[in-house]
Design a binder for this molecule. Structure first.
Ligand SMILES: Cc1cc2nc3c(=O)[nH]c(=O)nc-3n(C[C@H](O)[C@H](O)[C@H](O)COP(=O)(O)OP(=O)(O)OC[C@H]3O[C@@H](n4cnc5c(N)ncnc54)[C@H](O)[C@@H]3O)c2cc1C
Length: 375
């Protein structure tokens, strides 16, 4: 495999997920002279789930160079020009991860970034491939091997929030969602608190996700059913309370919205919602500096992780732009600045997640109180 020629001001990013690509693009804009190389183990992005992307995650700390491909990227992802995204900065959009990935790869390629398909096994391996490089970015996802190597196995602090069963399915036709009144009616009928998220139509299909917030005993009694290996609704190992709740929801939805789930499109998985953050987001490794971004650095639930990762990536690029170079003697200042940013970023994102969790807990209590007052 051909390894790109390296110059002294190279920056290497490991992981071409949405945050790795976004960070690399932002770094290139802030540090135009850099030769940026991104390593990715897969040739084709492996995930297809729907993400909520807030407009301001593209804008805040972001750099713009008004190139035609920048406009093309914003048009492709948001359906709007950069100017219109700015005007609607508080809006969000839904996009499939592979569509975002495709748009980011095209954007990165126009910016002159080099993408190499190679699995990186260790920091030492990639450092040996780039002996002149001083800045490395670990964007290798939630199960980051680089984080573990650089910070140790106890590198992450984690706080559990809700336990969730997710039903994902598709409907035909225009996206339709239950109103708050309908959702409340449904919540009064079911033994679990439920929320619904309706994604963006693609072709003829609209993705829908139902979330059931379940108690620990129900969660522990569930068979293995993960996002990667989901179960069908007909699986015999499912507890009756889950199967009946999901069936009641689908029937209610069909009756109220006159839109049915596409046959065989339903998939069930379970997941614990939690917050986590690495104890450091930047570390000096000999004369090189490593920076963690995206899910490698931290994770937050309730549709924030991608947004949180992109903001962190843009912020890192901004700090690099202001650092006045990446020579070894300038790295400790950059590392210290990014570490200070870590404290603020984690506090803000954890508090947003805890506030959302508090609203859900309040809703659960109200629902339980109403159910006991009007059995
Ligand atoms: C079901 C689901 C729904 C979600 N919904 C939302 C949502 O609505 N809103 C939101 O903001 N977030 C959401 N998220 C989270 C969001 O998907 C992640 O935050 C986002 O994908 C993180 O991007 P990333 O680039 O940090 O990591 P990843 O997307 O995990 O990308 C990491 C990349 O690194 C590559 N890689 C890993 N190890 C190596 C290696 N050793 N060598 C080379 N390459 C490597 C991987 O192949 C991958 O391409 C959701 C996540 C899931 C699972």
């Amino acid at each position: 495999m051909r390894v790109p020629t390296v110059r002294a001001n190279d920056i290497v990013v490991v992981g071409a997920g949405p945050v790795g690509l976004w960070t690399a693009i932002q770094l290139k804009k802030r540090y135009a002279g850099a030769n940026i190389v991104i390593y990715e183990r897969h040739e084709v992005y492996q995930r297809f789930h729907v993400l909520r992307l807030d407009h301001w995650s593209l804008l805040l700390y972001g750099a713009f160079n008004r190139q035609p491909w920048e406009q093309a990227f914003y048009q492709d992802v948001t359906g709007k020009s950069v100017g219109r995204v700015r005007l609607a900065f508080s809006r969000s959009l839904y996009i499939r991860t592979n569509d975002l990935e495709t748009a980011l790869r095209a954007y990165a390629s126009h910016e002159g970034l080099t993408l190499v398909n190679r699995k990186i096994s260790s920091a030492a391996e990639v450092q040996a491939l780039h002996p002149g490089c001083t800045m490395f970015v670990a964007a290798d996802g939630a199960h980051s091997v680089l984080r573990q190597e650089l910070l140790g196995s106890d590198a992450v602090t984690r706080h559990d929030l809700q336990r969730v069963v997710e039903l994902k399915f598709e409907t035909v036709g225009e996206p339709r969602r239950l109103s708050l009144r309908q959702l409340w009616q449904l919540n009064r009928r079911l033994p679990f608190t439920v929320t619904e998220h309706v994604g963006r139509k693609k072709g003829e299909a609209t993705p829908v996700t139902l979330r059931l917030l379940v108690d620990r005993a129900t969660y522990d009694a569930l068979p293995e059913m993960s996002f990667k290996s989901p179960l069908s609704l007909g699986h015999t190992g499912l507890p009756a309370s889950i199967r009946d709740s999901v069936t009641a929801y689908l029937e209610f939805r069909e009756a109220e919205l006159r839109t049915a789930a596409i046959p065989n499109s339903s998939r069930l998985s379970k997941l614990p919602l939690h917050l986590y953050a690495a104890k450091n987001f930047a570390v000096l490794h000999g004369s090189r500096a490593w920076f963690l971004v995206g899910d490698a650095a931290m994770g937050v639930p309730y549709f924030r992780s991608l947004n949180c990762g992109m903001l962190l990536g843009s912020r890192l690029a901004m700090l690099v732009g202001r650092n006045g170079g990446l020579e070894p003697k300038k790295l400790p200042k950059l590392v210290a600045r990014f570490e200070r940013r870590r404290a603020v970023h984690v506090a803000v994102e954890f508090n947003i997640a805890r506030a959302k969790d508090g609203v859900l807990n309040l809703f659960k209590s109200v629902r339980a109180a109403v159910a006991s007052a009007h059995p």
